[in-house]
Design a protein around this ligand. Structure first.
Ligand SMILES: NC(=O)c1ccc[n+]([C@@H]2O[C@H](COP(=O)([O-])OP(=O)(O)OC[C@H]3O[C@@H](n4cnc5c(N)ncnc54)[C@H](OP(=O)(O)O)[C@@H]3O)[C@@H](O)[C@H]2O)c1
Length: 337
């Protein structure tokens, strides 16, 4: 067999992709980041994962979002990343911005979950091994742990940076008060929080409503949004039934019962507006998130290069007429997932 050598597209930085500064930092992150929560684990075809990663990089996506337990098969998304990294991306390491996280259940027993120093320290070492990286660009506390002193979790993150295992610190899904504590704690230790990660999409606007988005911006941190497509609901994926290869059919994080007739009828209305804008619904949903002040990047998931190719075009049109925006947001507010 002839070895499959990868050479990145020469014009990879000449698309419409913009690179936004993460808060008050030196780091620029592409408007779209690639998420590894689904579709990169041991049950997904390796060839497809490799194609998606290469396609992403060839089109200006330099930011890759991992976590210790992404799979399915905990750890296997990081293993996939590591395998493809070794074969394709090693010469490009300095052009890549790679994130991982720890905070959810990862291994059995009392030390494989939440926010203790022991868990975070062991987890990043495991993640580095799986991904074949020498360091992460950003390492996150994946969730707020109400039982562990915040100082313990945060100091572990600071020490991870001091040890050279990550360049920057991030926190994900921390409530506002705890996030403010983290911003202050990290700033005082000269290891400011680079990124705050949480869900933001047309049907989940909690971070706007509870002031988190403003709080993040005021503290000089960047905001990176996840599930911008509501796991595929805010796309044309479910307009004509539930495809057998869709996330809803897996029935774990998105259930077929959530794709009700009422939801589909609202999605259809949004789809019509998107088509009038010359966009697919996925593109419009992404554009809507990117149009928010304070948003640095959106992490998009995909199960094919065709989906990613479609999503990438979102960056070309992020303008909404006020009346159009009002209609979109009114319809979206009637969707309950
Ligand atoms: N920090 C956290 O706690 C947290 C939580 C969740 C996610 N995340 C991060 O955010 C990333 C994205 O989250 P997500 O996977 O829920 O994202 P999403 O972008 O809302 O949904 C992705 C799914 O939408 C469908 N899709 C994608 N592009 C499409 C297109 N152009 N047209 C039609 N359908 C399309 C695919 O569904 P099918 O698979 O059905 O084809 C895809 O798997 C994750 O991978 C992860 O990195 C972080």
């Amino acid at each position: 067999m002839i070895e499959d050598i990868y050479k990145a597209e020469a014009n990879r930085y000449e698309s419409a992709m913009e690179y936004r500064r993460s808060g008050r930092s030196g780091i620029l992150i592409p408007e779209l980041s690639l998420g590894f929560w689904h579709n990169f684990g041991e049950i997904s075809p390796l060839e497809r994962s490799k194609d998606i990663m290469r396609f992403a990089f060839d089109h200006g996506i330099t930011s890759f979002d991992l976590a210790n337990n992404y799979g399915p098969g905990y750890g296997t998304a990081e293993e996939t990343f590591g395998f493809v990294f070794e074969k394709s991306f090693k010469p490009y390491r300095d052009e890549m911005f790679v994130a991982s996280k720890a905070g959810y259940d990862m291994w059995p027993g009392p030390y494989g979950n939440w926010g203790s120093r022991k868990y975070l320290m062991a987890s990043i070492d495991q993640s580095l091994k799986r991904t074949k990286l020498e360091y992460f660009d950003v390492f996150y506390s994946h969730r707020f742990d109400p039982e562990t002193p915040l100082e313990e979790t945060l100091q572990a993150l600071v020490d991870i940076v001091r040890a050279g295992k990550a360049l920057y610190i991030g926190i994900s899904r921390w409530p506002k008060d705890a996030a403010q504590f983290a911003f202050d704690y990290l700033k005082k230790r000269d290891a400011p929080c680079l990124l705050f990660q949480d869900r933001l999409n047309l049907v989940d606007r909690r971070v706007e409503k509870d002031g988190l988005l403003d709080c993040v911006r005021e503290n000089g941190s960047g905001f990176i949004g996840f599930s911008p497509l509501a796991q595929g609901v805010l796309t044309n994926r479910y307009l004509n039934g539930i495809p057998s290869d869709s996330r809803a059919m897996q029935g774990k994080f998105l259930k077929t019962s959530q794709i009700s007739e009422d939801v589909v009828s609202k999605i259809r209305q949004l789809n019509d507006i998107a088509l009038n804008r010359g966009q697919t619904l996925a593109q419009m949903s992404l554009s809507w998130v990117l149009a928010h002040p304070g948003v640095t990047s959106v992490i998009v998931g995909c199960s094919s290069t065709a989906q990613l190719a479609d999503s990438l075009k979102a960056v070309k049109n992020k303008f909404f007429h006020p009346e159009e925006l009002e209609t979109i947001e009114r319809i979206a507010s009637e969707i309950t997932l």
